[in-house]
Design a protein around this ligand. Structure first.
Ligand SMILES: NC(=O)C1=CN([C@@H]2O[C@H](COP(=O)(O)OP(=O)(O)OC[C@H]3O[C@@H](n4cnc5c(N)ncnc54)[C@H](O)[C@@H]3O)[C@@H](O)[C@H]2O)C=CC1
Ligand SMILES: CCCCCC(=O)/C=C/C=C\C/C=C\C/C=C\CCCC(=O)O
Length: 255
């Protein structure tokens, strides 16, 4: 990703408490002006293999990583303070961890919604001017299930509706303007990633899901990545919620 100007924010360093970020979102940093990133996931194998690959490509010092369970306050706090001390400031936070699990719906809410809240609060803390920050961008990854009802996974849909409401609410807070902190939300439809291997028991009706998926189709990760890039590169768009479907991207809300 080139450090192009995004209005108030220049993406020179990324601090990303993000699951498998480059693989999932396919960010493509340019080798000469590669931002520093901190990747995080609860799964150490995914994290290590992704980081090894990236370090070989972009340099050892550019890619930091730390295992973190977004359900754990202390782990999230520690992740952010380490990232902040390594980079001196944070420009971008992407809250991306998510699961579908209607059986263990408390876990689903704790990861998808509470995890986003934990990451956002840490992002705000470290980006605030009074704490030595200079603003930045927080992107929360919701889903199309954050704006439409999804009967085969109500808890998942509720968690994602929560992410949309949470993100828009912070975007309108006057302190965010004062501190140049921008909140954005991405709402993709189905994309070809591991989450589609969600097991039957974790959904309320595999058949329903499959039929739904047949109608909507499944996007490539590249399409989602492109929408993500467009979203963060649009200046002065705090509060934007963008859907991504096979038909293209659409701005659903502007605060
Ligand atoms: N692939 C799709 O069809 C869609 C995905 N999304 C959302 O995109 C985000 C990324 O998911 P995908 O890349 O598609 O799936 P994925 O399953 O490949 O990635 C999710 C990642 O979250 C991590 N994770 C799970 N629990 C965690 C925890 N407690 N703490 C930290 N990390 C944890 C997993 O280890 C995994 O690497 C999720 O929030 C998902 O809900 C939204 C719309 C569509
Ligand atoms: C409009 C809602 C789109 C929401 C998509 C989303 O956020 C993620 C959903 C993830 C998993 C649940 C869905 C699918 C699993 C069901 C069937 C698997 C079929 C496998 C296949 O044939 O590819």
């Amino acid at each position: 990703m080139k450090p192009r100007s995004t209005g108030r924010n220049t993406l020179r360093r990324l601090a990303v408490p993000l699951s498998e970020v480059f693989k999932v979102l396919h960010l493509k940093p340019s080798v000469d002006i590669m931002p520093q990133v901190c990747l995080s996931d609860v799964n150490p194998h995914i994290l290590e293999s992704t980081c090894t690959e990236l370090r070989e490509k972009y340099g050892q010092d550019k890619v930091h990583y730390q295992v973190c369970d977004v359900r754990d306050d202390a782990q999230v706090e520690d992740l952010f303070s380490k990232a902040k001390s390594s980079f001196s400031k944070l420009d971008l936070v992407v809250n991306n961890a998510g699961v579908v699990d209607e059986q263990d719906w408390l876990k689903c809410i704790d990861i998808n919604l509470n995890g986003v809240i934990r990451g956002s609060l840490q992002g705000i803390k470290h980006m605030k001017k009074e704490n030595g920050g200079s603003g930045g961008t927080i992107v929360n990854v919701a889903s199309l299930a954050g704006v439409v009802p999804v009967s085969y996974s109500p808890a998942y849909a509720a968690s994602k509706h929560g992410v949309v409401g949470y993100t828009r609410s912070w975007a309108g807070h006057p302190d965010m303007k004062t501190n140049d902190i921008r909140f954005l939300c991405l709402c993709p439809a189905f994309a070809k990633t591991e989450i589609l291997k969600t097991k039957e028991g974790q959904l309320l009706g595999q058949k329903m899901a499959e039929e739904f998926m047949k109608k909507t189709g499944v996007m490539s990760v590249d399409q989602v990545t492109q929408a993500f890039t467009d979203l963060i590169e649009t200046p002065d768009n705090s509060g934007s919620v963008m859907s991504v479907t096979l038909q293209g991207s659409k701005l659903l809300f502007q605060v």
